[in-house]
Write a protein of this length. Structure first.
Length: 290
């Protein structure tokens, strides 16, 4: 009984870390499987999903040997880069307006920002397709760019707004007291302190754009992105190069996110530093009395 009660007490103390480890493993196991399968050898002329033929680094040395895959990947990277730049610029300005200004319809705008995040992608994709068809807008790269910017803006606004809510405006007031113009204050004080949040929002928008399939499938026309290419070849077998490129993309994004998190912690430490309070002067009468 003593051992049973001791084991139950240990489980209660470590329940949360165990749950966190299981949740992280649940999210990372598919990525680990893709990375392992990128080293899988396959017979010539056949495509398999397992490791029954052993390991090899052949496909890492020939990761860019498929022209159609390369074209689809470049299209996705170009699309994600443009969508990220546009949505980050618009979303950052929207977040500043929603947090720092009071205007008619502000509450409704806050609600409308969240709606695209909560709406199923099938609904968004079908709605955008209906709009493009109604206005006789040709489907292709431009329609994809409009769609990706549309659903990325909401995520950018939410991330940057959370950073702005905890922003210490006394720093901007100090810069204004020292004679800085509003533009100079924004450029030298506000923007550097918001930079970690803006970069995090941009990385999130980039990941959402390069990973999107449902909305892109509705509005791509003849343009083929990386997810659409993978879906198309999955019916006859996914080339091992897809696993290699997917592993590369994950590694690059993981490194970028790690750098952003490190920069955020560094910025928080710098922002938490405050000048030491000046010593309270002692009245003259009190000093003489002592």
């Amino acid at each position: 009984m003593a051992s049973l009660s001791g084991g139950w007490a240990w489980l209660r103390r470590n329940a949360l870390p165990i749950y966190a480890c299981l949740a992280v493993a649940y999210m990372l196991i598919p990525i680990v499987v893709i990375a392992v399968f990128s080293f899988g050898a396959t017979p010539r002329g056949k495509l398999t999903f397992g490791l029954e033929h052993g390991f090899t680094t052949e496909y890492w040395s020939s990761a860019f040997s498929l022209p159609e895959l390369n074209e689809a990947l470049l299209t996705s990277l170009r699309l994600a880069a443009l969508a990220t730049a546009i949505s980050t610029a618009i979303g950052t300005l929207m977040a500043i307006a929603l947090v720092r200004h009071r205007f008619h319809g502000r509450r409704a705008a806050n609600l409308l920002i969240v709606i695209p995040m909560a709406t199923p992608e099938v609904v968004i994709g079908a709605s955008l397709l209906s709009m493009f068809i109604y206005y006789s807008f040709a489907l292709g790269f431009t329609s994809l760019l409009i769609a990706h910017v549309m659903f990325s803006i909401s995520f950018v606004v939410v991330v940057v707004r959370s950073r702005l809510i905890g922003f210490d405006r006394h720093l901007e007031e100090a810069a204004a007291d020292l004679g800085a113009t509003p533009l100079a204050t924004f450029r030298t004080v506000t923007l550097p302190l918001l930079a970690p949040g803006i970069v995090a929002a941009a990385l999130l928008a980039f990941s959402l754009s390069i990973d999107d399939f449902v909305i892109s499938n509705f509005n791509s026309g003849t343009t083929v992105t990386f997810p659409l290419y993978v879906f198309g070849v999955a019916l006859r077998g996914v080339p091992v190069q897809v696993n290699v490129l997917a592993t590369m993309l994950f590694a690059v994004i993981a490194i970028a996110v790690s750098l952003v998190l490190w920069q955020q912690r560094r910025a928080e430490k710098l922002a938490s530093v405050r000048p030491e309070q000046e010593a309270t002067p002692i009245p003259i009468g009190a000093a003489e009395a002592t």
